[in-house]
Design a protein around this ligand. Structure first.
Ligand code: SAM
Ligand code: SF4
Length: 483
């Protein structure tokens, strides 16, 4: 049964009260956060509305410390895969909205295989399948065919091992089919938890039903999908309201199903064709956005946080330190975009030198991206920079494949054993990536990181096994190991 568990007056009251929180209250809240004690709504609201530079400094430092202690230096890598831009909804912020006139398309299975081949060549093992909502052009059977096709593809270097899905809210029956198809996380953004703002930007279509959208994860859980990923689109409404909405949604799921969000995504509104960003008065500037990421990290320490290429290079670097644990790389937000970009690159090497910017421009005009990305570096350059900055790029998909989903993953995270599981898995997948896709200098760089980081595995047996497995990967005797 649909339930509206978001009470606007309650959240607005919290934010109003939070303005009166004194320094001692904020300091006490941060002391609690440092001890991993859960924070009350009042405390989270006080951290959000506060603008005192001293408190902000401490918020950033506590968030960074939590990030380091729980996630170490691992960053999980993924890429989006847009399969269809047909959509019956009129979301004012999105280029795929049905009022925007452009040449729509969906991938044939051959085109899909082409996209997946390119993504695999970048080294990706984890994809997020994306589509607009359209029962006629993009029914559930089409999505299921896509998932089946992706999982059936085998390459010299393995395969795509986890397909997460970010498609419109649907019925329990359809969620059952997705579960059966073996999806990883089911991701859906509430866009905004403030109902009048939600109503204002969702002009028409099934998505306009706030409560139907809000209860999507309940239906997914009832269908057996226990890894669900929430998020809001920052820029549509008061961002502090939306952070509290996320927390309340998370608690609702924890209470009802024993586990909250597996991940929280933090997309921020970007320019797109078919919309004018100047029409959105609640855009969130960089410093506030950084505070929001840090407060979410503090409020839900064990929930993974996902950042996409909507953010630019500089912001991504900063937010990785404050709590982000998973990022996309080498992304395209166009249906068929990976193949078309590859074709344009070949064309530009054959014809007289074209500036990158012209390629991008042409791409954006002839194709229709859902929004314009702000970090268009290649996956390889992002991965190299992560290593230069002391991170371990991880291609791990072990939990989902080992059945460690839902509350089983959360208990692992909370038990502090993540370092003996995710950490070795990250190192083994990095070793595999370096053998499959790296040149000599990449292998040298990653070997130095692996050598140093392997010593941080505290369990002797697991450390020894990891050393042996990495040796097997290097000499080609084995691959795809995980704890
Ligand atoms: N169509 C489904 C839906 O709306 O739930 C699936 C997700 S859609 C492909 C992916 C997400 O992109 C949306 O949930 C929305 O938050 C985000 N998005 C849409 N327009 C955007 C824009 N202009 N800038 C940044 N993100 C945007
Ligand atoms: Fe369609 Fe999703 Fe875009 Fe809305 S956000 S117009 S539902 S693709």
């Amino acid at each position: 049964m649909n339930e509206n568990f978001i009470h606007r007056e309650y959240i607005e009251g919290l934010l109003e009260d939070a303005k009166k929180a004194d320094d001692a209250f904020i300091s006490r809240s941060l002391d609690k956060a440092e001890r991993f004690d859960s924070l009350t709504h009042r405390e989270i609201a006080a951290l959000l509305v506060n603008d005192n530079p001293e408190h902000l400094k401490r918020i950033f430092s506590v968030a960074g410390e939590i990030k380091r202690r729980i996630y170490g230096s691992r960053i999980v890598m993924f890429a989006p895969l847009y399969v269809s831009d047909y959509c019956v909804n009129r979301c004012a912020y999105c280029s795929f909205n049905c009022g925007h006139d452009f040449n729509r398309r969906k991938l044939t299975m051959d085109e899909l295989r082409e996209e997946v081949k390119i993504l695999e060549r970048m080294g990706h093992k984890r994809l997020a399948l994306e589509a607009g909502e359209h029962q006629g052009e993009c029914p559930m059977d089409y999505i299921l065919d896509c998932i089946k096709t992706i999982y059936a593809m085998k390459f010299e270097n393995g395969e795509i091992r986890r397909v997460n899905v970010n498609i419109a809210a649907t019925t329990t029956e359809d969620y059952r089919k997705l579960k059966k198809a073996g999806i990883g996380t089911y991701i859906l953004f509430q866009e905004t938890y403030r109902e009048p703002s939600y109503d204002h930007v969702h002009l028409a279509g099934p998505k306009k039903d706030f409560v139907w959208h809000l209860n999507a994860f309940d239906r997914a859980q009832e269908a057996g999908i226990d890894d669900v990923g929430g998020g809001v689109l920052f820029g549509l409404a008061d961002p502090y309201f939306d952070v509290l909405g996320l927390m309340i949604h998370n608690e609702h799921l924890e209470k009802k199903y024993g586990v909250g969000f597996h991940t929280i995504s933090v997309p921020r509104l970007c320019p797109a064709t078919g919309m004018d960003i100047a029409d959105f008065p609640n855009l969130v500037e960089d410093e506030t956005f950084a505070k929001i990421v840090a407060v979410i990290r503090i409020a839900v320490p064990f929930t993974g946080m996902i950042l996409s290429t909507r953010e630019n290079h500089e912001m991504r670097k900063k937010l990785l330190r404050l709590g982000i644990s998973q990022i996309s790389a080498g992304s395209s937000t166009v249906v068929g975009g990976y193949a078309q970009t590859a074709a344009l690159q070949i064309q530009s090497t054959l014809s007289p030198p074209t500036e990158d910017i012209h390629i991008k421009h042409e791409r954006n005009e002839t194709l229709n991206p859902q929004f314009l990305v702000n970090d268009d570096r290649s996956a390889l350059s992002i991965i190299c920079e992560l290593m230069d900055d002391g991170y371990i790029p991880s291609f791990c998909t072990a939990c989902y494949r080992g059945g460690r989903t839902g509350d089983r993953f959360m208990s692992l995270a909370k038990s502090g054993q993540i370092g003996n599981v995710c950490h070795p898995n990250a190192l083994m997948t990095l070793a595999e990536y370096s053998m499959d896709y790296g040149d000599d200098s990449f292998r040298k760089k990653s070997a130095a990181i692996i050598e140093k980081e392997i010593l941080r595995i505290t369990n002797d047996d697991i450390r020894q096994k990891t050393i042996e497995n990495i040796e097997s990967i290097r000499c080609g005797a084995g691959r795809d190991f995980f704890v």
